[in-house]
Design a protein around this ligand. Structure first.
Ligand SMILES: CC(C)(COP(=O)(O)OP(=O)(O)OC[C@H]1O[C@@H](n2cnc3c(N)ncnc32)[C@H](O)[C@@H]1OP(=O)(O)O)[C@@H](O)C(=O)NCCC(=O)NCCS
Length: 152
């Protein structure tokens, strides 16, 4: 894999149309533009975008509550996958959570999502639960994954 080094920065409302484009091509039950606009406006959320060669190619949305962080969304444009961008976005989200005092991060992932499960496994996430029929279109169980993010 030839890794690229995207610039990772906080998202603004100006990023939302491109983020929505990636979201709609990545998920069968996508977040709405309004959900991303709210995320951009909410300073307590970590809504990050990865930019490569002047183009937004991926994003993540996460937040911390006391000592636990939650990764709510992560996607990379189809033509920019496999280049290390998703991993770097996740690393950045985990670093921000750590700085905010979080000790662990949780997320949900479709059981059939091989690429995402490989990415999360590479960052130390392990299965801690299952939410039955959590997803729509198609209905599928979510695996709940958790990773320690204690400062090293
Ligand atoms: C999941 C996703 C974000 C991964 O992003 P990416 O930029 O392609 O991932 P990376 O290139 O950073 O790869 C990270 C790790 O996952 C592994 N990986 C990524 N895609 C993989 C695939 N299709 N099959 C197997 N492993 C894969 C890589 O080998 C890498 O492991 P390493 O760090 O040990 O080398 C991307 O595939 C995506 O946007 N999918 C659609 C949206 C989605 O499913 N989001 C997650 C919802 S929970």
């Amino acid at each position: 894999m030839t890794a690229v080094r995207p610039a990772i920065r906080r998202a603004t409302r100006d990023d939302v149309p491109r983020v929505v484009e990636i979201e709609r091509s990545s998920f069968s039950d996508p977040w709405t533009p309004g959900a991303f606009r709210s995320a951009a406006d909410e300073e307590r959320l970590d809504f990050l975008v990865a930019e490569h060669e002047g183009r937004v190619v991926g994003y993540s949305v996460s937040w911390g509550v006391v000592d636990q962080a939650e990764l709510a969304n992560l996607a990379v444009a189809a033509d920019a996958r496999g280049l290390g961008i998703g991993g770097q976005l996740l690393d950045a989200a985990m670093a921000l959570a750590r700085e905010a005092g979080c000790e662990s991060m949780h997320l949900e992932v479709r059981e059939s999502n091989v690429a995402a499960r490989a990415l999360y496994g590479s960052r130390g996430f392990a299965e801690v639960g299952r939410r039955r029929r959590y997803y729509r279109a198609p209905v599928e169980d979510a695996l709940v994954l958790r990773a320690e993010i204690v400062a090293g």
